[in-house]
Each structure stands twice: as structure tokens, then as C-alpha cells.
Design a protein around this ligand. Structure first.
Ligand SMILES: [Mn+2]
Length: 313
């Protein structure tokens, strides 16, 4: 059989990379020839995870190596996404041409169909699902990656958790992983510059609605350039607005490329953002955590959003 090629979604987060590398380490421990493939470069803050050096990063300007790998694969496994276009137009086009079985392990709602689908929207993370699939204790490397997925998708075990989440965490802690080292690397090692940047965002960019329990951060293309925002730099910022007492929803609008604004949605209690993201912003996701996009600058995106946001309440 050819390689098992595992793929995560574009603009990968901690669970995408964590489940991808965790899966890869588990394959390795079974002696399975595995290749983890990522549609975009790995964000800096996840670069310490074991196995990143074996990641194949898709290059849209030279697609031949990826095409060859997918054509020769014996099995393709999609992790942390279940709608094929979530790995980007170019890579999903190559995926459509591959002629081996495609499996999917994911916790996002409304999956497409696959040769095998291991799917549970009540799972905190895809990393949790990967742990459920493994019967034996895993290696410290696999545990490190999967725990990173659990920690990041649950906001350090604050939301989307269930007893199964803690069971998965318990299994991972039973390996020889260094948990304190992981939390330190993930959450307690930021540059002074990054901390100061967060201070600036909290002080000058976080805006509270005067009449609704919502807050938002709008970052224009100009802000992106002047603040020198690198990939992954805005990770977690959408939660700032939800941390304000009484708020029910929060939005981060980021015009990363000129004229295209990416939007992150977070909510709690009775307010569910995935349908709203789907209806107006070509997006979707979980009830309380979704994403989408808007063709236009961030100011236009914000205006469009604010004109419709009352529908959430
Ligand atoms: Mn996830």
C-alpha cells in the first residue's frame, strides 16, 4: 500500500496541526508510512510541536509534488475539516483527482460524504477523536501534539468540553509527555512585542457596542501592515470581546489581503453564530465558534455585520 497522507485545513490552528501531527506519530508507532500535509505554512506559535519538520507544506505555485504524493497515496485522511474546500481551492482540486479512499475525522457540523467518516460534533476537538480511535497509550510525541489540540480548541478546557474530553486528556497524560512544558510553550512564551501588541489591541481596537451585548475588533489592511501582523498573530483575539462581563458575542474582522475581510465569530449561551456566518459570510463552523469572509474592506464588513447582528438576539 502507498503512503497514508493526512491533510488538515487551511490557516491551521492548534487542533488542525495537533491532530495532524498526532495522527502522524500514531501511524509511525504502528510502522505505517505516513505523511502529514498542510495547506498553509505552520503558524510560528505551533512550531515547537514534535514532528513539524516532517510536515509537507502545500505550495500553490508548484503543485506537482503535492499532486504526485496524492496520486501515489494508498489512503488520504482529512483531519479537522469535512468539507473538502476547507483545504483551499487548489489542494481540494488535487484531492478530487486522487483515486485512493478518502477518510475523514472531524467535529465540525454538516460533513460531506467519505469512504469512512469518524465524526462527532460533541467532541471538543479532532484531537479528542484521534485519541478515541487509539486503543493503546500513545508515544510522548503523539500525546504532546494531541494535547495541544485539546488545549487550544477548548480554550484550556474552558468550553466545548465533555467527560470524554477529560478522558482523552487523562489518556494523554498517561504517556510520558511533559504537560508543563507544553502549556508553557503554548501560553506563556510570548515576545515583549507580542504582549505590547495585545495591549494596544485591548486599549484602542476593542470596541463595545453601546446597545447590544457584543464587542468587536476591526483590523484594516493598513493595520495589518503597520502592526506587521504575521500568520497566527491574531489567534485568540476574538475572545477578548466575549470576556467583557455580560457580552454574548464577539467578532474579529481582519482584512488580511486588501479587499478581503476574514471574520471570526464567538458567542455563548443562547446566541449561536454558525448559521449567521453561513447566511451572510460564506462561512460556518460550530454553534459558538465560527468563521467567514466578506468581499470588501474591513470597514464595509463591519457595517454589513452591524446592520444584521440583531438577528442573533
Ligand atoms: Mn478543531
Amino acid at each position: 500500500m502507498g503512503k497514508v497522507v493526512a491533510i488538515c485545513h487551511s490557516r491551521p490552528d492548534g487542533d488542525a496541526i495537533g491532530s495532524l501531527l498526532g495522527w502522524h506519530w500514531i501511524c509511525q508507532s504502528y510502522g505505517i508510512d505516513s505523511l502529514p500535509m498542510c495547506p498553509d505554512p505552520i503558524p510560528d506559535y505551533l512550531g515547537f510541536l514534535p514532528g513539524t519538520e516532517s510536515l509537507f507544506v502545500f505550495n500553490p505555485t508548484d503543485q506537482n509534488p503535492a499532486e504526485l504524493l496524492l496520486n501515489e497515496a494508498g489512503l488520504i485522511v482529512l483531519l479537522d475539516f469535512s468539507r473538502r474546500n476547507r483545504c483551499g481551492d487548489e489542494l481540494s482540486a488535487l484531492l478530487a483527482k486522487a483515486n485512493c479512499p478518502v477518510w475523514c475525522i472531524d467535529h465540525h457540523p454538516e460533513p460531506e460524504s467519505f469512504d469512512a467518516l469518524f465524526h462527532d460534533t460533541s467532541a471538543s476537538s479532532t484531537s479528542e477523536l484521534v485519541v478515541r480511535l487509539t486503543s493503546e497509550p500513545c508515544t510522548p510525541q503523539a500525546a504532546m501534539c494531541l494535547m495541544a489540540g485539546l488545549l487550544t480548541d477548548t480554550g484550556r478546557f474552558q468550553f466545548a468540553t465533555s467527560p470524554a474530553t477529560f478522558q482523552a486528556a487523562s489518556i494523554l497524560l498517561n504517556s510520558d509527555m511533559d504537560y508543563r512544558c507544553l502549556t508553557d510553550r503554548l501560553f506563556e512564551q510570548e515576545s515583549l512585542q507580542t504582549l505590547r501588541l495585545r495591549g494596544h489591541i485591548l486599549k484602542d481596537k476593542l470596541i463595545q457596542s453601546p446597545d447590544l451585548p457584543i464587542a468587536w475588533i476591526e483590523l484594516s489592511f493598513q493595520d495589518s501592515k503597520s502592526l506587521n501582523l504575521k500568520s497566527g498573530a491574531t489567534e485568540g483575539w476574538v475572545n477578548f470581546g466575549l470576556a467583557i462581563e455580560g457580552n454574548q458575542a464577539s467578532f474579529l474582522l481582519h482584512e488580511k489581503e486588501e479587499g478581503i475581510t476574514r471574520i471570526s465569530f464567538r458567542s455563548k449561551n443562547q446566541v449561536e453564530v454558525n448559521r449567521f456566518a453561513e447566511k451572510y459570510f460564506q462561512g460556518g463552523g460550530h454553534k459558538y465558534a465560527a468563521g467567514g469572509r466578506f468581499e470588501g474592506n474591513s470597514a464595509a464588513a463591519l457595517q454589513f455585520l452591524l446592520e444584521r447582528v440583531h438577528e442573533l438576539f
